[in-house]
Design a protein around this ligand. Structure first.
Ligand code: NAD
Length: 513
């Protein structure tokens, strides 16, 4: 860690040995139990966090509610200016924050920097958006009437995030919510609390410099029980939750039970279809990066390759050869391709999945293994594996958050491949590798992929912030980030104004007194 400048990065980000895990913006406090954050990179304790107690949570909630009263009155472009300043601070802290992401979560340093870049990009997007929170005008059916719609801030937005994108996912939500005039309470994953504290420290400088009220952007730290306080709190009109489908099903029911809104970003089971007309070189690069990048811990990681029988052996041989080149090790060392899994529980799930795949009849093409010895002391480093399988296997139907790639063969036309691709419970990201226009267009058509993301000649992972991000079916249906995803953070109001001197009723109804 010292060698890669982690100590200096922690100091720059204001991370101490013991940190107050609750913040209302510039004020930090906490009275809950201690949470320790260990790095999957080297197994070392990075720092401790005092978690948020129920009483701390109540203080945060009060501050947020109060802040909303004044924050909603600040014109949206001025709120955008605050987000612009946050983007500037992120630029100044990109290296330090990227390093912390890599060290606390275990993704490669380049991906850590990439995550911070995504935060900067969404800030830029949100600044522009702050002048474009447009509604429509409609023609009224009544004379001398005007009708239009406008968007108002919602209130307190609860953000629950997963460990694998410990900073970017929060910023996708917070940057949009803040320009929309909402205030936020963020509960990061209990596996990456320091990333949350670092982001809050950076944002708090902007809050201080602009004298903004406490409570606009709050942080709470703890496990799922603290998450449950958020989801069951009827003072929170919108819960945005990113994580497993298991978690999403509980959150959805709790929030729906009080008729709140939820924005859910859950698990994926993403596939690339490889047709006879695929560019094999591009396919291999896209598939390998998609399957082993972030050690297979992206919601958009490639889990299934659906390959036409005519090119199956060629793709298989190329993939197996590519996997032999992979360097597994410290993700801060830019010579390595694959870093660790988040913790030893994840390693256990990886082992179990491989065992299950074999029991179900799968054939191992690239053997999995848990690495040990020098450089692998954390016990979290695993060998990316490739398994020949069938889509109907129970294990193939599940999302295992690890670098396991299933090869599935299809015969006949691309319709057969699309049917296999859609035959899973999840619907996040999908891709087709083909130079055949008919196949590509069919894949993107109504009869094609049923996922929220469908790509042509690009792998499944790595989306840009400009598009709406999210997926269908058990992925939860939510959309975040670009396009018109902002609308979920606001309430829509339809307004009709009568500037005439009579009161005609709609639908021609007569009501004479
Ligand atoms: P997880 O579901 O274990 O935890 C996610 C968050 O939910 C954590 O902050 C956790 O404390 C909280 N939580 C858990 N149970 C809760 C409950 N009952 N009530 C309230 N909060 C609760 O997920 P994880 O292991 O951190 O992340 C991996 C998962 O996240 C994968 O399934 C991945 O596909 C998914 N993910 C999806 C997206 C997306 O955009 N679709 C993005 C990133 C990750």
């Amino acid at each position: 860690a010292t060698q890669f400048g982690i100590k200096a990065a922690l100091a720059q980000l204001g991370i101490q040995d013991i940190n107050e895990g609750t913040s209302t913006g510039t004020q930090s406090f906490a009275t809950g139990a201690i949470l320790e954050s260990y790095s999957p990179v080297d197994g070392q304790l990075i720092a401790k966090v005092k978690t948020t107690s129920a009483a701390d949570y109540e203080k945060v909630m009060q501050a947020a509610i109060e802040a909303f009263q004044s924050f909603r009155l600040i014109p949206a472009p001025q709120r955008g200016e605050m987000v612009r300043q946050f983007g500037e601070k992120l630029r100044q802290n990109k290296e330090a924050l990227g390093k912390l992401v890599s060290y606390e979560m275990g993704k490669s340093l380049q991906e850590g920097y990439g995550e911070v870049q995504e935060m900067i990009d969404i800030c830029d997007f949100a600044v522009g958006l702050s002048r474009q929170l447009h509604g429509l005008t409609m023609h009224s059916e009544r004379p001398n009437h005007r009708m239009y719609e406008q968007y108002h801030p919602l209130g307190v937005v609860g953000i629950i995030s997963a460990f694998n994108f410990p900073v970017a996912v929060w910023s996708w939500n917070a940057a949009l919510a803040l320009v929309c005039g909402d205030v936020c309470i963020w509960k990061p994953s209990e596996k990456t609390p320091l990333c949350g504290i670092a982001c809050q420290n950076i944002l708090s400088e902007v809050l201080k410099e602009n004298n903004l009220p406490e409570g606009i952007s709050c942080l709470i730290n703890g496990d799922y029980k603290l998450g449950e306080l958020l989801t069951s709190d009827s003072r929170i009109p919108l819960i945005s939750a990113t994580g497993s489908t298991r978690m999403g099903k509980i959150v959805a029911q709790t929030v729906a039970g009080r008729l709140g809104k939820s924005l859910l970003e859950l698990g994926g089971n993403n596939a690339i279809i490889v047709t006879p007309d695929a560019d094999i070189k591009m396919t291999v690069i896209g598939a390998v990066f998609g399957a082993v990048g972030t050690a297979g811990q992206r919601c958009t990681s490639t889990r299934r390759l659906i390959i036409h029988e005519s090119v199956y052996d060629k793709v298989k041989t190329a993939l197996v050869a590519a996997y032999q080149q992979l360097r597994i090790g410290n993700p801060l060392d830019q010579n390595n391709h694959v870093g660790p899994l988040i913790d030893t529980d994840a390693v256990e799930k990886y082992n179990k999945a491989l065992e299950k795949a074999v029991i179900e009849g799968g054939k191992i093409l690239v053997e999995g293994a848990v690495l040990s010895g020098s450089g692998y002391e954390s016990g979290c480093y695993v060998q990316p594996a490739i398994v020949e399988a069938e889509n109907s296997f129970e294990i193939v139907q599940q999302e295992t958050f690890a670098p396991i790639l299933y090869l599935l063969k299809y015969t006949g036309t691309v319709e057969n491949a699309i049917a296999i691709q859609n035959s899973v419970a999840q619907g996040l990201s999908s891709a087709i590798m083909t130079t055949n226009l008919r196949e590509a267009e069919l894949f993107l058509s109504t009869a094609g992929s049923d996922c929220g993301i469908a790509n042509v000649n690009i792998g499944t992972s790595g989306a840009e912030i400009g598009g709406a991000f999210g997926g269908e079916k058990e992925t939860g249906g939510g959309r975040e980030s670009g396009s018109d995803a902002w609308k979920v953070y606001m309430r829509r109001q339809t307004n009709t104004i009568n500037y005439g001197s009579t009161l005609p009723l709609a639908q021609g109804i007569k009501f004479d007194l």
